[in-house]
Design a protein around this ligand. Structure first.
Ligand SMILES: O=P(O)(O)OC[C@H]1O[C@H](OP(=O)(O)OP(=O)(O)O)[C@H](O)[C@@H]1O
Ligand SMILES: O=c1cc[nH]c(=O)[nH]1
Ligand SMILES: [Mg+2]
Length: 210
């Protein structure tokens, strides 16, 4: 089994990603637009959520409408940069619980180092949306999803704004059951593990730390 890979083709998403790639975009704007992209990607990534019929009364008539059904949802950002996507996601799925996984990539080895994990107690019963703007080598997302599976989570989707082919391949090899939603699929990684052309360090650009 191989998870579904969806590369966004919506013009608004393409436009906003191109905008924030530019090196002269400042922290405030970068953070705001990351949130807008996350909101648009959430819309696409929730397209197949289950619904059930519900009888409702409008001011004019009774009718059969739709309401969300199936598993409850959770959003799990990979810290830090994933935090930039949480509010955009919550704007569309406000009842979702939010867990946090703290990982940073060792700049020399590029291996993910874990420093935090706090998840909803019932996360094993939820459909989980893992969010991180960048999928580079795949080390961080592979590790985060492994941590979730160890806690019993079975239904996982991963949303990233920019991905490198190397990371997508690694995710497919290690987590073939996870559907991946990608804002833009870039060319490659450079010698330091940065995505080319990418947008630089997403965490630093969201929080203004460089
Ligand atoms: O696919 P990978 O090779 O693992 O790289 C991607 C990871 O690197 C960045 O985090 P970073 O380590 O810079 O931490 P930060 O979010 O705290 O800046 C990014 O937000 C991903 O989590
Ligand atoms: O290009 C990259 C790669 C990893 N992390 C980032 O923030 N950017
Ligand atoms: Mg970073």
């Amino acid at each position: 089994m191989t998870g579904k890979i969806t590369v966004m083709d919506h013009p608004l998403i393409a436009h906003k990603i191109s905008y924030i790639r530019q090196e002269n975009v400042g922290t405030k704007e970068f953070r705001e637009v990351i949130g807008e992209i996350a909101q648009l990607m959430c819309y696409e990534a929730t397209r197949d959520l289950k619904t059930r019929d519900v009888r409702i009364q409008t001011p004019i008539a009774e009718m059969t409408g739709k309401t969300l059904d199936g598993k409850k949802l959770a959003i799990v950002p990979i810290l830090r940069a994933g935090l930039g996507m949480v509010d955009g996601m919550l704007s569309l799925i406000p009842a979702a619980k939010v867990g946090h996984i703290g990982l940073y990539r060792d700049p020399e080895t590029l291996e993910p180092i874990e420093y935090y994990c706090k998840l909803p107690a019932d996360c094993g019963d939820r459909e989980v949306f893992v969010v991180d703007p960048m999928l580079a080598t795949g080390g961080s997302s592979v590790a985060a999803i492994r941590m979730l599976k160890e806690k019993g989570v079975k239904h996982i989707r991963f949303l990233c704004i920019i991905a490198a082919p190397e990371g997508v391949k690694r995710m497919q090899e290690e987590h073939p059951d996870v559907d991946i939603y990608i804002g833009a699929l870039d060319e490659k990684l450079n010698d330091h593990g940065y995505i080319v052309p990418g947008l630089g360090d997403a965490g630093d650009r969201i929080f203004g730390t460089k």
